[in-house]
Design a protein around this ligand. Structure first.
Ligand SMILES: Nc1ncnc2c1ncn2[C@@H]1O[C@H](COP(=O)(O)OP(=O)(O)OP(=O)(O)O)[C@@H](O)[C@H]1O
Ligand SMILES: [Mg+2]
Length: 243
């Protein structure tokens, strides 16, 4: 396959925190390619480097070594590509679901989602209807006007998920998106991600601890001690690329 057909290309990515004696190599030599429409899981124990891998791909954490290409744009090659507008790339190409939701406290659930849409130039009424539609799909349509402090952990996480998905990004990076959810809502979130992979042709990389949540994924990688140690190909499902 032509390399440029990947939505996410990671080549020999290394992330070292700190320097000298206290340096921690959180990710070492990771190589990973994800096509548009593919749903890929990263499994691994606590401290193995999963969040670091995601934030290094997601224009949040500067990679120490190696290459990262997002939707055809070389964003890092031995450090950030000089002259990049990281904020803009993040806004236009990526949807990031964090391990701990980071909603804006003085905006309601609906406004937290609308703001992502309005930044990308949707009108207020379009933003309102898309935010309502997404929040309803995530079973939180009854909490549209609630503020983050009045939401449960799981509800707040679903609002954060709606916000990350709002602009139908080409690349979705999700760090333990179901950790704060019960099994049913966890399954709903994973189903929504699968649907997006197909309908929007988005490449989706999901970090999780939970083996039960990766049913229907195209590929699963294991991370241990900062290294991607193995890929498991899922044999029981049909390819889910949209035609
Ligand atoms: N900002 C930081 N500075 C220094 N070390 C860090 C930093 N962030 C993470 N680390 C270290 O890097 C390693 C990988 O951490 P990371 O958060 O990527 O793991 P994780 O797999 O996401 O763990 P968890 O499942 O607990 O979320 C750990 O040893 C951690 O202590
Ligand atoms: Mg983590």
């Amino acid at each position: 396959m032509d390399k440029s057909m990947y939505a996410i290309e990671v080549e020999k990515l290394t992330k070292i925190y700190g320097k000298g004696e206290t340096a921690v190599t959180a990710i070492a030599d990771a190589t990973l390619h994800v096509k548009p429409g593919e749903l890929v899981a990263i499994l691994g124990p606590s401290g193995s480097g999963k969040t670091t891998l995601l934030t290094s791909i997601g224009l949040i954490n500067e990679p120490t070594h190696g290459k990262v290409v997002i939707d055809g744009a070389m964003v890092a090659d031995e450090g950030w590509t000089p002259g990049l507008d990281l904020k803009r790339l993040r806004r236009e190409k990526l949807g990031f679901i964090f391990q701990h939701h980071n909603l804006i406290p003085f905006l309601s659930a609906m406004e937290n989602v609308m703001i992502a849409l309005e930044i990308n130039h949707l009108s207020r009424s379009e933003a309102k209807s898309r935010a309502t539609e997404l929040l309803t799909a995530l079973n939180i349509g009854h909490r549209l006007n609630s503020y983050p402090t009045a939401l449960s952990g799981g509800e707040a996480q679903r609002v954060a998920i709606a916000r990350a998905l709002a602009n139908k990004p080409k690349v979705i990076l999700a760090d333990e998106p179901t950790a704060a959810l019960d099994t049913d809502n966890g399954k709903n979130v994973m189903d929504l991600l699968k649907k997006l992979a197909v309908e929007n042709h988005s490449a989706i990389l999901v970090v999780t601890h939970d083996h039960r949540m990766v049913e229907g994924f195209d590929r699963i990688f294991q991370v241990s001690d900062g290294r991607i140690s193995g890929e498991q190909t899922i044999k029981y499902k049909q390819p889910m690329y949209a035609v």
